[in-house]
Write a protein that binds this ligand. Sequence first.
Ligand SMILES: Nc1ncnc2c1ncn2[C@@H]1O[C@H](COP(=O)(O)OP(=O)(O)OP(=O)(O)O)[C@@H](O)[C@H]1O
Length: 267
Amino acid sequence: MTDASLVVTDLHVEFSGFVAVGGVSFDAHPGEVRFLIGPNGAGKTTCIDAITGLTPATGSARLGEKELLGRQVHKIVRLGIGRTFQTASVFDELTVLQNLDIAAGRHRHSSSLLRARRGTDASIERALEETGLAGELATPAGILSHGQKQWLEIAMLLVQNAKVLLLDEPVAGMSQDERTATGELLQRIAAKRIVLVVEHDMDFMRRFATRVTVLHQGRVLSQGTVAEVQADPQVQEVYLGTAGAATTDAMAIVPGPAAGTPPRKED
Ligand SMILES: Nc1ncnc2c1ncn2[C@@H]1O[C@H](COP(=O)(O)OP(=O)(O)OP(=O)(O)O)[C@@H](O)[C@H]1O
């Protein structure tokens, strides 16, 4: 739960002289589902890595009054910044409840699962309800569907009371129904938190984004509503390789690594 905004200003990341992120600025507010999109290698994940302290960066990334850059990873987590990775990082051999217990900093022996419901924290109850996993309490995470695993990761962030959820390709590999359920979940979560989604799935972006920032070669190419960025000739050029030939359906095509390269079809 937060009233504060995430404000990223002039973010800069270099790897041995290679500028992966070269002066990126954007903001994200509670109440919106914010998207960061762009071709492969555009710098999206690096931005999230910088905000979460995994990669050194210059510039500024503030949550409200608090500067995040320069802090250690665990201190950034403690300020309420949570993230997911492209591959779900849940404990497959543990149940949904045990995974959530770990997120909440508790240890529950498997024998106590019989009285699991009685011993469940209010925060875990809420996260289970919110993510639709309430019926899967005793299910080993390893046999959840791909979508359910992603929802479990999101539930773990909710249990930790994350104020900011940075989600790296949350719907990759999901069925259409799971994508829709995930989009609706993100809209619910975003009512009181900051949700920033890195995505390649343009259909998903179009359906659920409130505002979008398009990155290209480490810089902001365009920002605005879905309609605004889709109408931007620069975005069309990057996504199709030919400015002017694009239609508003241009972004149904997953971008290639650079303008001029053949577009890659959506998975
Ligand atoms: N640790 C690293 N060392 C060197 N170069 C890196 C490192 N991490 C990322 N890069 C480079 O920085 C650029 C941006 O990478 P990044 O992963 O942020 O892009 P992305 O937009 O998330 O791409 P994708 O959609 O393919 O995940 C790429 O050229 C990548 O090769």
